[in-house]
Design a protein around this ligand. Sequence first.
Ligand code: KIV
Ligand code: ZN
Length: 482
Amino acid sequence: MDRVLIFDTTLRDGEQAPGFSMNAGEKLEMARQLARLNVDVIEAGFPISSDEDFEATREVARQVGVLEGAPIICGLSRVGLMDIDRCWEAVKYARRPRIHTFVATSDIHLKYKLRKSRAEVLKAAVEAVKHARAYCGDVEFSPEDASRSDFDYMCDVLEAVIDAGAGTVNIPDTVGYAIPEEWAQRIALIRDRVKNSSKSVISVHCHNDLGQAVANSVAAIRVGARQVECAVNGIGERAGNASLEEIVMALHTRKDFFGVETRVRTEEIFKTSRLLSHITGVHVQPNKAIVGENAFAHEAGIHQDGVLKEKLTYEIMRPQDIGRATNKLVMGKHSGRHALAARLQDLGFELDEGALGKAFKRFKDLADRKKEIFDDDLISIVKDDMAQVPETYSLDYLHSISGTGIIPSATVRLKKEEQVFQDSGVGDGPVDAVLNAIVDGTLVFGKGTSTDVIEASARAYINAVNRLVHPAKGRDVQEVGP
Ligand code: KIV
Ligand code: ZN
């Protein structure tokens, strides 16, 4: 059966979207899970965009890309030769490195963004691919804004870059403008119009501005595209990229229709989705296809009756196909170490004895305060122990008052080694008051957990402050306000 390559861009296009940035440690953790998911290519970053992205891409290449059977590790670069040099420096450690270089080919981009002629862009694209090929046998080229590019000109560029050595040509619907039928026609025509197209894999990269990203991607596969670029939970610029799990499960569930397969281990899908949500702090909507909380939940009486009699009545996929447990053990204060280890293993965490002991203690403390412990609680327990930001400041004491008819106020005491800082604040509500008591002025991403929402907010805030103190681990820092 024909194989479609799954090119994952969660760590590049996904990560560059607001609210989804990840530090090097987080990218590495995600890359390890993507390798377990068995994607074909991990686009780990855009190395010239920042020193941190360079380091993150390099570490993914060094630590994940060197393993036997590891995916191809790819870095993005514009067509500038220095971009390509930097990209190569980051990905070269992988067993199978790839350089992905791109330049826009639409007249809109040429006129307003690049201020270059068609001939100049074509020349730059060819030089870039040749330069990249001098380093690396695996080079991908993308004509940015392909869906709004003049078709003949774009095909001339594709033909020239394939001659220059591009083994993959990726056709991006950069602005999410395409409609499935029209997009499929465009992709099919490339095969006819570009004389040397058989020397290159045709790939697509679809954005979701009109909600068509997955439909466009699978329509392209129907007419011969053999690589799709996608992201876990569909994250990416603006409305996102095509969702990896939706494409993979569409191809898997409707093999009868598509007649193609992927190498993805579908049982790792749910874990991967949850890991990404946990790392970024952004949850998927409950009705999200495949990985949403309700994706396998049946509420209507008629549906429940049908499913109880025979699951096939309303289920086209089994939860276990994506690694979702059906007969989950309820975790609570009577659960033992063994049950915890088994559940954590289901969630993708293999802990050594020491780490398991620590996690079990935190689990028991939490179970004393909370009747049922959910998967997200367990993930928090483990991930808090793996916290990657050194705890310069820690919460020592917190007291807050709120209610109707009084001004919410809070007193907070923080510790930094032997130093103690204490202050009070008032706010619109108790959380606001707590935060005002800590620090103000800068917006940073942070995470904290507690069964008490006010304490969790304080912990998240302090975690954000600690990220600020260690900027190498917190590149999502943005200045807000005057
Ligand atoms: O959307 C886009 O055009 C891209 C390219 C860099 C492939 O992300
Ligand atoms: Zn994109």
